[in-house]
Write a protein that binds this ligand. Structure first.
Ligand code: SAH
Ligand code: SF4
Length: 373
């Protein structure tokens, strides 16, 4: 006997699609908004408990739909209260994979750092995720599911509000390489009936996929962070291989266009401080020249080391001097505090467990292309 048809996971489904889905049951579009509120604002995954929906509708939903979130395999809290979850994911190769989600509590806000892919194909030389290769894109359900799960695990503050106030796509993966699934997930973060986060509280970090930055400028309104890491193409080609396809001038053009289209405040440029590589005074002066006069902020990230890396973290004094030179050069700059060091939850340390990965590394592919050209 054929089994029952598989249930549709409503998590990650964009609002218009959800409206069509409930329409198939003969329900009005506002039922979709009620469902969104239940799923995201209230964190409910059991239709039976959605008490303001008609009983028949709830029963029909239970038959045809579900709200399924990834499974937590580990949950660790660091001395500084940074918390990291490992989530089990089926891999593209039939293997079992693990991704990471990190919660960073700070005075007055709580930031969730989420992953967008299992591994990453872009092969930045100083990034632990990149060094592991790429397995697959996460689905929209798996991306928004990280926010859903973390909200459930963290509970509410004394006023009944969510503890997560900000979401950053700075975990594993390159979000703009998974545009198709990242976009609906971000729209649900911004949706009044979803998480209702303001556009300044959702930040997408990219290593610089220019065509997708331009597309995003037309389609979604979130804060943009760009992983620059070098003030000239020679150095950036080495650190961030995608630069060989989209060099700095082209990338910056796309950033200023984004701000203009989105009426945004500023672009944040991430700059990981690598001892003796990109941290010299002349690099700071060159960077200031690039960004001066634009709505740009630089966030200096002390390099987080991982086994097998050839890089070292710049000394604190070098980082401070670099920041001062940027500020003197007319560019706003801050130094990011490292968090969750004792549980390997810091930037670029999110390794997950990319086992059995397909060895796709854009870096080496680009090198081959360049050699052939
Ligand atoms: N793929 C996206 C988002 C994930 S990485 C991007 O590259 O922007 C989030 C940030 O951590 C990026 O700025 C990345 O360059 C930085 N990063 C990667 N590895 C790091 C490391 N080992 N130490 C410090 N920062 C690192
Ligand atoms: Fe991928 Fe970002 Fe790491 Fe580069 S820094 S390899 S783009 S996750």
């Amino acid at each position: 006997m054929p089994g029952a048809p598989p249930r549709t996971n409503l998590l990650g489904m964009p609002r218009p699609e959800l409206e069509t889905f409930v329409g198939d049951f003969g329900a009005k579009p506002f039922r979709a908004r009620q469902l969104l509120k239940w799923i995201y604002r209230r964190g409910e995954d059991d239709f039976a408990r959605m008490t303001d929906l008609a009983k028949d509708f709830r029963a029909a939903l239970a038959e045809r739909a579900e709200v399924t979130v990834p499974e937590i395999v580990a949950d660790r809290t660091a001395a500084d209260r940074t918390r990291k979850w490992l989530l089990r994911m089926p891999g593209a190769t039939g293997s079992e994979q693990v991704i990471e989600t990190v919660f960073i509590p700070e005075a007055g806000r709580g930031t969730l750092c989420i992953s967008s892919q299992i591994g990453c194909a872009l092969d930045c030389s100083f990034c632990s995720t990149g060094q592991q290769g790429f397995n697959r894109n996460l689905t929209a359900a798996e991306i928004i599911g990280q926010v859903w799960l973390a909200n459930r695990e963290l509970g509410r503050d004394p006023d009944g509000e969510h503890i997560i106030t900000n979401v950053v796509l700075m975990g594993m993966g390159e979000p703009l390489a998974n545009y198709r699934n990242v976009l609906p997930a971000m729209q649900l973060m911004l949706d009044d009936f979803g998480y209702d986060l303001s556009r300044r509280r959702v930040t997408l970090s990219t290593s610089g996929l220019v065509p997708q930055i331009r597309r995003l400028a037309e389609e979604c309104n979130v804060a943009l962070a760009v992983s620059l890491h070098a003030p000239n193409d020679r150095l950036r080609d080495e650190l961030v291989p995608i630069n060989r396809r989209h060099p700095i001038a082209e990338l910056l053009e796309a950033c200023w266009h984004y701000l203009e289209r989105q009426n945004g405040r500023s672009v944040t440029f991430e700059y990981t401080m690598l001892d003796g590589v990109n941290d010299r005074p002349e690099h700071a002066r060159e960077l200031a020249k690039l960004l001066r006069g634009h709505d740009a902020k630089v966030n200096l990230i002390p390099f987080n080391t991982f086994p097998g890396t050839k890089y070292r973290r710049s000394p604190a004094e070098t980082i401070r001097r670099f920041r001062d030179l940027l500020v003197q050069g007319g560019v706003m700059a801050t130094v990011r505090r490292t968090r969750g060091d004792d549980i390997d939850a810091a930037c670029g340390q999110l390794r997950g467990q990319v086992v059995d990965r397909t060895q796709i590394r854009l870096g080496s592919r680009l090198v081959r292309l360049a050699v052939r050209a």
